[in-house]
Design a protein around this ligand. Structure first.
Ligand SMILES: [Zn+2]
Length: 417
């Protein structure tokens, strides 16, 4: 016998009583309870299942099979949502549901009280009706279908089999909100075959009768099994958060109702925080950030030129056979020409390490008389450097302390002389 769908008759039913038809425990540590009737909407049409309470249990999932039988997957109220799997603390299935810990399962034929998590369900309804509104306008104006719909606690996405420009999306979004202000009535019914034959409605794939038609007066007609809000005003607001190319069409992420308000509040808080940090009105933030970026680039360029100047002075004053320098913020081209200049005037090991101890160093080392491949091997072996090059010059990176580099190269020089 198919389960009687109370949510179908009344999408606003929050609590109900029903009779237990069967109970079967599954391998997830959950009890699968079938009732004669239910207000719990099962996972269907891209929308996630309702959650809530059934007697002394938490309903964590609801599924419908091909015969229309709806199963409520339940765990004891104190159990984690996964039914105790993985935690190891819940014990065996029989321990989880036992009269001793007050979580005995109801008997077949017993009456139980169900209560759905109403705020969550209503939020899903706001989004689902919002999706119909948006998809109806897309279909009317472009002929595209919503070929993929995902609605859960976290996200609401719809995939259209055609692309929309940014301006199209903005215009449809505005029209959706106009429909919300109009507070148009939404009805859900099962038209007879004759009425259905004369009806122009949207649908996704093959439909199994009886076919339920959801109508947003003046805006959309669509076959759908899910609960919807009474009037478009209840959607509250609809905002597109993201649009991206997807499988040759477009995937849109939308937010409606109380979630849209929460999102607005969060964005407002972030903007206020950024405004405070940059001492700037939020409308001036992009301009302020651009100015800060420009200032940062100018400072970086200034530091670079000062470092290059310092490097030139170091080279000019270098004495001794070996000449090694440690610098910061100098580009590779300047370092290479500095090493070349050092090699012209010094017969020993010439090199420049650019960086610092926490971030590591990039380096170029050269010598007119020594084989630099040997030095490269030494650096790789002793300091795990990544480097390579010719017999005259090597280049690479090393993540170690300056002191370790200096010690190793001093030892190598002593050995080679
Ligand atoms: Zn639908």
């Amino acid at each position: 016998m198919p389960t009687i769908k109370l949510y179908d008759e009344d999408a606003y039913m929050k609590e109900f009583t029903a009779t237990v038809v069967s109970i079967e425990k599954n391998d997830k540590g959950q009890a699968g309870i079938v009732l004669d009737r239910t207000a719990f909407f099962p996972e269907a049409g891209g929308q996630s299942a309702d959650v809530g309470e059934l007697g002394d249990f938490k309903v964590v999932d609801v599924q419908i099979n091909g015969a229309g039988v709806i199963t409520h997957f339940c765990v004891p109220k104190n159990a984690p949502a996964d039914g105790g799997q993985g935690s190891g603390a819940q014990g065996s299935l029989s321990d989880s549901f036992s009269p001793e810990n007050g979580t005995a399962l109801p008997a077949v034929g017993e009456a139980v009280r169900g209560a759905i998590d109403w705020e969550r369900r209503h939020t899903l309804m706001q989004h689902h009706t919002g999706e119909h509104l948006f998809s109806g306008i897309v279909h009317r104006d472009f002929g595209y279908d919503n070929v993929g719909f995902h609605l859960s606690d976290h996200i609401c996405t719809m995939d259209y089999n055609g692309t929309l420009s940014e301006a199209d999306v903005a215009r449809i979004e505005t029209e959706c909100n106009e429909w919300i202000y109009k507070n148009a009535v939404i009805s859900c019914d099962y038209p007879d075959d004759a009425a259905l034959a004369g009806l122009d409605y949207r649908c996704k794939g093959e439909l199994v009768p009886p076919i339920r038609i959801v109508t947003i007066a003046g805006a959309d007609v669509c076959a759908c099994c899910a609960p919807h809000v009474h009037t478009t005003g209840e959607i509250g607001t609809l905002k597109v958060l993201e649009a991206k190319s997807y499988k040759g069409g477009i995937r849109l992420t939308i937010v409606c109702g109380r979630k849209a308000f929460a999102d607005y509040r969060n964005r407002f808080r972030l903007l206020a925080e950024a405004s405070h940090l940059l001492s700037s009105h939020y409308e001036n933030l992009p301009e302020r950030i651009l100015r800060l970026q420009d200032e940062k680039y100018a400072l970086k360029a200034k530091i670079s030129s000062l470092q290059e100047e310092r490097l030139r002075q170091l080279i000019a004053n270098a004495t001794g056979e070996d000449s090694l320098f440690f610098v910061e913020d100098v580009d590779t081209k300047s370092i290479r020409s500095a090493v070349n200049a050092l090699m012209d005037t010094h017969s020993g090991l010439c090199g420049i390490f650019c960086g610092n101890d926490p971030d590591g160093y990039s380096f170029i080392l050269g010598s007119a008389v020594r084989n630099m491949q040997d030095t490269a091997s030494l650096l790789r072996q002793e300091l795990k450097a990544k480097c390579g090059g010719s017999e005259k010059m090597i280049q690479g990176q090393v993540h170690t302390k300056r002191e370790a580099i200096e010690r190793l190269l001093a030892e190598a020089s002593a050995f080679s002389t």
